[in-house]
Design a protein around this ligand. Structure first.
Ligand code: SAM
Length: 256
């Protein structure tokens, strides 16, 4: 754990407020959407999300690497590529599935992932539909970055219920909902972010998480070890791991 990681949960300070994000409503090839996805890379860097996820996963899979990984709401796959640069030396030959409503993983990103020894499937689908048709415990690890905050609590409950039936481990990195992050999200014009990104950043913090809110929505039945914490200045990390240990499945995942 790095010096700035803080395992003390923030108390919920502002109520969750979910509003539509502009990037979700623009066609994938709209120039404003293309630019906003580029901005998102800088936002992820500013938040340090690749490191936040990588450290959480390396702690969780300290004994044995996973064989399959699914990224929900993976976007253009750039976050996964940066994760692969960090993890592939210790987790070679991973089979990854990038699930997003929009089909926006470029040939270059796919090639770079494959050059790092990770086999790539990308699926253009709604995550609820994809999870519903994925067999029980088919994947060792499911992750999500800047994705869960899109959903209202009832939809999130449904999503986490589906996820908990498909994997042994789930890790998410989301915006941390607190006043300093909200203030910072209003200054993204300083990074040159466009109007779409600036709108969505503020909306994302308002819809983000604090305290143990994701744990409260996880379908806890005593068999999961849950960790939820504020990390760095702007991120909120949640990791759910089956208490029996991370059972790495011997068979290949099935991908829809
Ligand atoms: C803020 S972006 C995050 C992308 C990526 N995880 C990252 O960190 O760069 C959210 C992504 O979720 C996708 N998305 C939103 N709702 C979805 C749904 N119900 N099913 C699948 N993808 C969805 C959007 O298309 C978008 O690419």
């Amino acid at each position: 754990m790095s010096w700035f990681e803080n395992s003390t949960a923030d108390p919920p300070s502002m109520n969750r407020c979910i509003e539509p994000e502009l990037l979700d409503e623009l066609p994938a090839n709209d120039p404003r959407a293309i630019r906003s996805r580029r901005d998102l890379r800088r936002v992820n860097s500013l938040m340090g999300n690749v490191g936040v996820i990588a450290r959480g996963l390396l702690d969780t899979f300290a004994e044995r690497p996973p064989r399959q990984l699914v990224d929900l709401g993976a976007g253009d796959g750039n976050l996964m590529l940066r994760l692969a640069r960090r993890l592939s030396p210790v987790w070679p030959n991973l089979e990854i599935t990038l699930v997003d409503r929009q089909d926006i993983v470029s040939v270059e990103t796919r090639r770079e992932l494959e050059a790092l020894s990770w086999r790539v499937h990308s699926v253009a689908a709604d995550v609820f539909d994809w999870l519903a048709r994925t067999p029980d415990r088919a994947v060792d690890l499911v992750i999500a970055n800047l994705f869960l905050h899109h959903f209202s609590n009832p939809d999130l409950s449904r999503l986490l219920q589906l996820v908990s039936g498909r994997t042994n481990c789930f890790a998410a990195c989301e915006p941390r909902r607190y006043p300093a992050a909200l203030r910072a999200s209003r200054w993204l014009w300083l990074l040159g972010c466009n109007q779409v990104t600036r709108h969505d950043a503020v909306a994302s913090v308002r819809a983000g998480f604090a305290g143990l809110e994701l744990s409260a929505l996880w379908p806890e039945n005593g068999s999961w070890h849950l960790r939820e914490e504020a990390v760095g200045l702007f991120s909120h990390r949640f990791v759910a791991q089956l208490r029996t240990g991370v059972v790495v499945t011997p068979t290949k995942a099935s991908h829809g």
